[in-house]
Ligand binder design. Sequence first.
Ligand code: TYD
Ligand code: MG
Length: 448
Amino acid sequence: MAKINTIHECSKCGAQFSKWQGRCNECGSWGTVSQEATNLEPKKDTVNISAEKPINFTEINLQEKTRIKIGIDEVDRVLGGGLVAGSLILLGGDPGIGKSTLALQIAQGIGNTLYISGEESASQIKMRADRLKSNLTGLKFIPQTNIEKIIATILDQKPDLAIIDSIQTIHSSDSSTGIGSAAQITACTTQLMETAKASGIPIIIIGHVTKEGFVAGPKTLEHLVDTVLYLENDSRDFYKILRGVKNRFGSTGEIGVFEMTEVGLKEITNPTNIFIEDHNSPASGTAISIVMEGSRAFLTEIQALASKTSFGYPQRKSTGFDLNRLQMIIAVISKMAKVNLSNHDIYLNVTGGLKIKETATDLAVCLAIVSAYLEKAIYPNMLILGEVGLSGEIRNVSQVDRRIKEASKLNFNRIITAKNQHIKNIPNVEIIQVSNIAEAIRIISGHQ
Ligand code: TYD
Ligand code: MG
């Protein structure tokens, strides 16, 4: 069998092929495949390699000072309580979303920070800092794109934090591929990871999300770093949401909410109702519930539309809610509450661009559909919480006190929930407890 001792690699996506080809099969780019490395045979002289001494966990002393608080609560919480010493963090997002602004605010929070930019000059950063009314005393800046120089500077300056803006502009003299290619980005990130681990200095790298929705180099970066944060717009473009999608040192359920103002990103500390507009004037087909994102509760509005099927099978479409679960709920409504939806198309929408991943909003989905079908609005100021089971029973939801605590700040005076759910008494709030969907439907259809 012939030995492969040459590989050809695409400089854009990093795919490898045994033969040269004009077009990369993986990313479809032309003229990017070139001969990359030779001689893949394993080295034979393994006899002289000395064995590693394993580490015994009982000998490791964890130091308490490993987390550094930034002082911006929304960021600290998403990180799991602050920056971990020696961690490598990727801050991704669309161009123009506010990554550099957030990075500068983090730098200001930390103080002794080295800001490395391959995109902007010192005066541009200064202009931004002036806009943020930042105190620049601890901030050091280098405009640099060469990774070896960047690392040498980080090790020389020993800042409390290094920020690299952006990874797409950095190159390594070891790699011959183009700036911004997957191979370059991987090589540079790997070197930064080693630097962070060896020096204990946390490093934030900023990465642009490309048109295809990747932080360039099909998600390769996400595997290399400790923590991945994305900054994105909410669906109405009012707020910026900082979301943790990977975190080796904390949970990924938390989100941070900001508003972009003339003086930088402002924290929204009480964002319970950012995803809905007005819950006081209900229309038929809308139901209000509360979802948890990490430790935060958010009010959410579920909208349903039921329209007569004009041809063929009835349609079921959903945005922000799992379609299989929607179909299950529709089946339960038809079978257990005897509401015949078999010749109605059902469309479901979760407003504000939230994606619901939990079952606590099942009952709200169910009542929104029935309300749309009956063309009857649900009471104003009514909060609906409960999971729906296959036999139509309403089940308890988790963290109910937290959810209700948030909701009670917002003028809700009726809560409909599961029979067995234990709820503390809240003044001026009527708690209606139901055991199955038929009962819940009777309540919403009975009111005038
Ligand atoms: P920027 O942080 O440069 O985005 P990124 O690094 O993600 O590309 O800033 C994005 C936008 O924010 C830019 O259009 C200007 C605006 N902006 C403000 O509205 N207020 C401010 O205080 C700052 C610094 C920027
Ligand atoms: Mg920027």
